[in-house]
Design a protein around this ligand. Structure first.
Ligand SMILES: O=C(O)[C@@H](O)[C@@H](O)[C@H](O)[C@H](O)CO
Length: 355
């Protein structure tokens, strides 16, 4: 397995590339969508979302991706994946709206550009509400600042305003709210998206990796969700036998689910060689109330999970995704260094056991 670090768009700096290398990473998973507005994943609710999404930005062009890859390689790193489209670039793919065809052509070009840059995977979250409803508080070990979810503290059925999708605004000053759709309709939209883009992904040498729903609820803000239980990942795999049809295996989101367990999920999906890359993060609790915690402080036995991934021959990239911050002069970096150090130690221990 390959140790990696996830970097949001505003973190694609020389300092953070050097930080990743110094922490023992060989790979990066990068975000080019400009959410979080220079903040780490912040709390969102019916009044606050991830901000204004931007469309057709130059950062998605091949020369930009190639330049980023070359910069990473100058630090001894490889960009393995890009995570998430900009909501402004695919809102009508998610909504089956009038701009769908034009947006699909742009998404295909993005995938082709990733292939030209040697980027092996593209993570996506096919969701109308997106990642929504989390809070940030000092509830981690020792008062660490981290993300949590408590359904009793938010209006779960707060409708999605027109002009908003995936927890971001793509068109301002719209009136009214999104009309509800059925689960079958959302699955049909995913199927159509994959049937059209997987051939392009295959010929580009890029995997499409679906991120599960976080929070993993059957419905949110009046809209259905796709993968809110571990077994539902199989429905995505069964849409297409294409080798490009893969999973962004978020261990935190799967652990937050009420069915099954993370170890059976690893066996099921690593056993089918369907995991593209892994969000290696831990949580305490499950929906409707859970807390993201340090990698060694949660409900998942992480060494057991890594040993199982090794047993099934998973050789992809694992990243901390997000982790509680450590109270000091560099909270995010300290939290990531802690997680990466832990992951690297367990990986080295496994390698020694196998040698
Ligand atoms: O587990 C999660 O919720 C994270 O991975 C997301 O915060 C992240 O934004 C993903 O990119 C969602 O696709």
């Amino acid at each position: 397995m390959k140790l990696g670090l996830g970097l949001y768009r505003h973190m694609l700096t020389d300092e953070n590339f050097a930080f990743a290398k110094q922490c023992g990473c060989t790979h990066l998973v990068i975000h080019l969508a400009d959410y979080y507005s220079n903040q780490i994943v912040t709390a969102t609710d019916d009044k606050t979302n991830y901000g204004q999404a931007k469309a057709l930005e130059p950062i998605w062009q091949a020369d930009s991706m190639i330049a980023l890859q070359k910069k990473a390689q100058s630090y001894g790193l490889t960009i393995y994946a890009i995570e998430n489209f900009s909501p402004a670039d695919w809102y009508d793919v998610l909504l089956d709206g009038p701009k769908r065809e034009a947006q699909m052509e742009h998404l295909k070009e993005i995938i082709r550009n990733a292939g030209k840059a040697g980027i092996r995977s593209f993570g996506y979250n096919f969701s109308l509400a997106g990642v929504w409803g989390h809070q940030k508080e000092r509830s981690g070990r020792g008062g660490a600042y981290g993300t949590c979810f408590d359904a009793s503290r938010i209006k779960l059925d707060a409708p999605i305003p027109n002009g908003e999708i995936w927890n971001m605004t793509y068109r301002s000053n719209e009136q009214g709210v999104l009309a509800p759709i059925t689960s079958a309709e959302l699955w049909a939209r995913l199927r159509r998206f994959l049937e059209e883009i997987l051939p392009v992904a295959e010929e580009s040498g890029v995997e499409l990796a679906l991120h599960p729903d976080d929070p993993p609820l059957e419905g949110l803000r009046g809209m259905p969700r796709l993968v809110y239980q571990p077994e539902l990942y199989q429905n995505v795999i069964d849409i297409s036998s294409s080798n490009a049809n893969k999973l962004e295996f978020c261990m935190g989101s799967i652990q937050e689910m009420t069915h099954g367990n993370i170890y059976d999920a690893i066996s099921q999906y690593a056993g089918q060689n369907r995991i593209s890359y892994i969000h290696f993060r831990n949580v305490k609790g499950k929906v409707p109330k859970y807390q993201e915690v340090f990698v060694d402080d949660g409900d998942i036995d992480m060494p057991k999970a890594l040993a199982l991934l090794e047993q099934y021959g998973f050789d992809g990239v694992i990243i901390p995704d997000h982790t509680p911050e450590i109270t000091c002069g560099a909270p995010w970096h300290a939290g990531m260094a802690y997680a990466l150090g832990y992951m690297r130690a367990v990986l080295q221990m496994l390698d020694k056991q196998l040698s």
